[in-house]
Design a protein around this ligand. Sequence first.
Ligand code: NDP
Length: 482
Amino acid sequence: MEYRHFIGNAWKAADNGESLDVIDPSTGEPFAAIARGNAADIDLAVCAAQGAMGEALDGPWAKLSPVERSNLLFAYAKAVLDHADELAQLEARDTGKALKTARTDAAVLARYLQYYAGCVDKLHGETLPYTTGFTVLTVREPIGVTGHIIPWNYPMQIYGRSVGASLAAGNACVVKPAEDASLSILRLAEIAAETGFPAGAINVVTGLGGEAGAALSANEGIRHISFTGSTATGALVGRTAAERHCPSVLELGGKSPQLVFDDADLDEALPVILNAIIQNAGQTCSAGSRLLVQRGIYETVIERLSARFEAMRTGPSSMDLDMGPLVNKKQQTRVRAMVEDAEAQGIRVAARGKIAVEASRNGYFQEAVLFRDVPPQSRLAQEEVFGPVLAVMPFDDEAEAVKLANGTNYGLVAGVWTRDGSRGLRLARKLQAGQVFVNNYGAGGGVELPFGGVKASGHGREKGFEALYGFTSLKTIAVKHG
Ligand code: NDP
């Protein structure tokens, strides 16, 4: 199967006629090809999006009323649910993720679209008290054409949270999916067209990050860019956007800690702690990849978690085990190198999961690994692994726990497990993170809950109304009437 770009509700061949192989991570074999986009393809997509907006918000997309826009987004959510199985199968093959994870992703995408569909006609401004003789109001207007650089770990969910919010705000979108995860996004653009979105409202250009992605972030017609991915590429995209005064939202991953106190309910905590690092084979920006455990229960937690890690099984996405393969060879090499480096440093492995015997030797498999007594300044405690690898370390008291938790460059998510309500709240205020969960982690996704980082985890917020505001331009209108 040879996929093209999807621009202006039509399939378009790459300007240079070139394509890239799409590899099945479960086998290491190519099974399709995508177009290798360049700056000319991005220009075409931006032009199509500008056409949908029109010169004076009079294009076929921009001129829709809020209710019409909302209805289209609701219809899109329904169409996604109708195609959920097809989308999940496509995603699992393309990215290697376990089928159950891909099914959840399709459901969450539909939920994003429903949420933002419901927001469209509630996106209002304010009237502001001002000097006598004036009436002052604010209105939230679309920004224009927005760019979306989407990574390979949760393509459908990230498409939902950024493209869904941008469309709800009335913008037209140009999307550059990761070269390793383009197929679901292309199909989603096609489904949008079938649902009735006008040509140009959603455009997808596939290709390499350094070519199509770089061209998108540099394109003068792009008025806002949202990016999820590594800190290094995020800095590049942010810098390119800043040079032309284009706002950006950067979501750049983390080394998120969970703090487990002596009084925690371990029956409740341990399954959540496990899932937070195993889900999607650890390729999750908000993965709970550091576990800080109070000394009194340290050995108990290690023992109970070890049993769970040893039971973890990894295999081809079609087997739908606890984990599928990692997305590509590069990611497998990176995770393996970090595991080997930690072992070479003398960091102890407490437990390892297993790779299914049926798994192809050419697939990008990585078993779950539980490391104990991890030194806080080690690479394993400081750097994002982006694999099913958990670093556990002990602490004695609250002050030490906070110091350890805040002791990395990242600050995306944190979790606190304690039966002491005051402590939960106290720590929630002290932890440097965009989201803090007390006696839970991730809150099951929560499309309504603003999400984003501090420090090297990035800036700006996705999800919830906060994201929607970010996709609008606030205009103040001051009328002097005497
Ligand atoms: P990147 O940050 O390089 O890729 C993320 C997205 O950016 C992809 O769509 C990629 O496209 C695109 N991209 C790459 N280079 C550029 C560029 N110069 N200009 C614009 N867009 C670009 O991450 P990697 O895929 O290389 O993964 C490396 C590490 O990043 C992972 O191991 C993990 O630690 C982290 N990561 C974090 C994610 C998160 O959710 N926060 C998601 C993915 C990765 P393409 O893939 O086609 O090159």
